[in-house]
Write a protein that binds this ligand. Structure first.
Ligand SMILES: [Zn+2]
Length: 317
């Protein structure tokens, strides 16, 4: 197993030349095959994280001023065609890709064990959709930051794989507290086109601006929000055993645009936040049937390599 992983990594280093700067013009089937190798190295979401290292190796890495990547998401329902893990699998995978890219540049990197307990209230009526109280989440993150600080970690970058507003809000708050109360420099990546939004907020000093490249277009019908064509494509590409692709191709897209009840897409999502099980009884919101695994794999990789480029630039200052 170890040998195989090593071989894969070596082959990736030689064959992967894509960078954020080069963009998607290099899209090719063989490149997509190589990108998919990131999902290997074990079914475990602990592969390449601090969990699989000895304390001495972690200590050595921290002494080299490692940048610590912190993946956070939830376990929540993702329709009848996927398991409940896409959010945590994806964000964990993203940190593994970022680590690979940073280490290629000689930047020491560690990954915190992925935290998959968070706020997932929207789908909480669906079995398998765990959610925790705000306080629990706040204290959990706070205590993890305290552990990192106590071992001498200097810089943390947080990655959030779940889009629920309350969940995002608590993470932002925890990042702020890490910086102001624990004195641990903790950051998050923001699309440089949206950085202005934070200028008048206390978060302005903890942002890493990222110059994302345009994604390859995937033809998905109507509005796609959850367990949709994009998420289904990423999971089908990296973790094919976790997606029932035959079923996915048969799922009707959710279409609320023609409903007289809603005046704008915002109205639809607001209603969905309140009554997910009623509005989307099968648990997906979008058009899973239109997924394109290869394009999604490429878009996913490109986005997170842009994050890695931005992190490298940010910490080289
Ligand atoms: Zn998801």
């Amino acid at each position: 197993m170890m040998k195989e992983t090593k071989m894969i990594l070596i082959s990736m280093i030689f064959t992967l030349s894509i960078t954020c700067i080069n963009g998607y013009s290099q899209y090719s089937d063989s490149l997509v095959l190589d990108i998919k190798n990131f999902a290997k190295g074990g079914y475990s979401i602990f592969d390449k994280t601090m969990v699989d290292m000895s304390w001495q190796d972690i200590e050595k890495s921290i002494s080299k001023n490692a940048i610590v990547l912190f993946p956070i998401a939830v376990i929540e329902e993702h329709g009848p065609h996927m398991n409940c893990g896409p959010d945590i699998y994806q964000i964990y995978l993203a940190t593994k890709m970022i680590k690979w890219n940073l280490e290629k540049k000689g930047i020491e990197t560690l990954i915190v064990p992925p935290v998959y307990w968070g706020i997932a209230d929207i789908g909480k009526e669906f079995p398998g959709n765990f959610t925790i109280r705000e306080e629990t989440f706040k204290y959990l993150l706070h205590d993890i930051f305290i552990s990192l600080k106590s071992w001498g970690v200097n810089n943390v970058v947080v990655f959030d794989g779940h889009g629920e507003p309350k969940h995002n809000e608590i993470i932002r708050e925890a990042i702020l507290n890490a910086n102001t109360e624990i004195n641990l420099l903790t950051y998050f990546c923001v699309d440089q086109n949206h950085v202005n939004k934070y200028q008048q907020t206390p978060f302005k000093d903890y942002i890493i601006p990222v110059n994302y490249k345009p994604s390859i277009k995937i033809d998905c019908k109507y509005d796609n929000h959850h367990a949709d064509c994009h998420e289904t494509g990423v999971m089908a590409g990296f973790y094919p055993e976790m997606v029932d692709t035959v079923l996915a191709r048969k799922l009707e897209p959710t279409n609320f645009r023609d409903s007289i009840k809603y005046k704008s897409p915002r109205d639809i999502t607001e209603d969905w936040y309140k009554n997910a099980k009623q509005i989307t009884p099968l648990g997906y919101f979008g058009d899973p049937a239109s997924f394109d695994a290869n394009k999604s794999v490429f878009n996913f990789f490109q986005d997170y390599i842009c994050d890695a480029e931005a992190i490298a630039k940010f910490f080289s200052k």
